[in-house]
Ligand binder design. Structure first.
Ligand code: DGL
Length: 265
């Protein structure tokens, strides 16, 4: 059995491409429709009501494209809007929080996990809840790192200032003796080296993007919904604002040229 319909992925902007990359690695034959809400980014500073409203509209857009499954690539939208989305739509909807939490719980040896993300993700407590649902005995420490997103988008991932800011954000977490850290924001995998340097080699970094891609494969596999046939999947990108900036940042994220970016509205 096979389902040729595309997978829908949405994010507040360009960051969800880290999730797209991981899906492409694991499921190269799948077509993907990506929606980046570039007119309304960032979500990380907004309220639950606003993020939920935007998320519903984003899923409605993807449903019009006849997707077989929706991935909420945005950690902030997954933290605050996922439960509501699951109640509103019949298509399977997967967020990044549970897969990221599962990945971290399976890695930790000392039962001490750290989480970093946007202000909204961290104050929602979503990762903590997901971790404690799996193992209530795990200690969780957390920190919001709001400057990481603009630094990555500016192409400053390797600049000394980014290392200094990372030290300021992460030093208090280090002192909580965690052995595992969830990079709970779409942009943070692009800062992996800096984060690893500050945290030290003994701390294992969890990329929620990788974990969610594995989950997508498991779900499609068990529902007989994989796009089999050895073909190479296509990606169509849609954005809610003028595509120019999206294209330049996206090409940096993906380290290749992209085409097929359309304005959705
Ligand atoms: N995509 C968001 C996230 O993963 C980061 C950017 C934003 O604040 O919208 O939380």
């Amino acid at each position: 059995m096979s389902d040729k319909r595309p997978i829908g992925v949405f994010d507040s902007g360009v960051g969800g491409l880290t999730v797209v990359e991981q899906i492409r690695k694991i499921l190269p034959g799948e077509d993907i429709i990506y929606f980046g809400d570039t007119a309304r980014v960032p979500y990380g500073t907004k309220s639950k009501e606003t993020i939920t409203k935007f998320s519903v509209e984003n899923v409605e857009f993807l449903m019009e494209k006849d997707v077989k499954l929706v991935v909420v690539a945005c950690n902030t939208a997954s933290s605050l809007g996922l439960d509501f989305l699951k109640r509103c739509f019949r298509v399977p909807i997967i967020g990044v929080i549970e897969p990221g939490a599962k990945g971290a719980v399976s890695l930790t040896r000392n039962n001490r996990i750290g989480v970093i993300g946007t202000n909204a993700t961290i104050s929602s407590g979503a990762y903590e809840k997901a971790i404690r649902k799996i193992n209530p005995g795990i200690f969780v420490s957390k920190a919001s790192c709001p400057l990481f997103v603009p630094l990555v988008e500016e192409g400053w991932a390797d600049m000394p200032v980014t290392g200094q800011i990372a030290s300021i954000y992460l030093t208090p977490l280090k002192s909580t003796k965690i052995d595992t850290l969830i990079m709970g924001c779409t942009h943070y995998p692009l800062l992996r080296e800096t984060i690893q340097r500050v945290m030290g080699r003994g701390v294992m970094l969890v990329d929620s993007a990788k974990e969610v891609a594995r989950e997508v494969k498991t779900i499609l596999d068990s529902a007989g919904g994989l796009n089999t046939g050895g073909r190479k999947g296509k990606i169509n990108f849609f954005v809610s604002d003028e595509p120019f900036r999206f294209v330049s940042v996206a090409e940096r994220f993906l380290r290749r040229k992209i085409s097929c970016v359309k304005r959705a509205v």
